[in-house]
Design a protein around this ligand. Structure first.
Ligand code: PRE
Length: 106
């Protein structure tokens, strides 16, 4: 960690607080992971229907709508819109790769 000159050493209470906050972050990260697993599982179910019905994995209109919705909700929650857009493009790229893996593996 970076200590700036003149910064006070953390007190015992502050160190304990820091430790608790990090445990809380671990808990949130677990929730995010669970949600990601669920999102991927839903995307793979969509992928199966697409494969059966001969539709392409990539649906640019749907992706634009997912990103627009996420960005609006992020803005309402006071989160940085651009970063949230980038995050959602990544999430959908992940979903597409999972769908493609399913297609190519049988
Ligand atoms: O909604 C779909 O058609 C999906 O396949 C899911 C999803 C997504 O991850 O949200 C993934 C790929 C598509 O390009 C669009 C959206």
């Amino acid at each position: 960690m970076h200590t700036s000159p003149g910064a006070n050493q953390p007190t015992h209470e502050e160190l304990q607080q820091l430790q608790q906050l990090r445990l809380d972050i671990d808990g949130v990260d677990d929730e995010i992971l669970t949600a990601l697993v669920r999102r991927l599982s839903l995307a793979r179910a969509i992928g199966e229907i697409k494969q059966r019905t001969g539709q392409p994995v990539l649906d640019p209109a749907r992706e634009a709508s997912v990103v627009t919705r996420a960005a609006a909700r992020a803005r309402d929650a006071g989160l940085p819109e651009q970063e949230m857009r980038a995050l959602y493009w990544q999430l959908m790229a992940l979903a597409r790769r999972a769908q493609l893996r399913d297609v190519t593996s049988g």
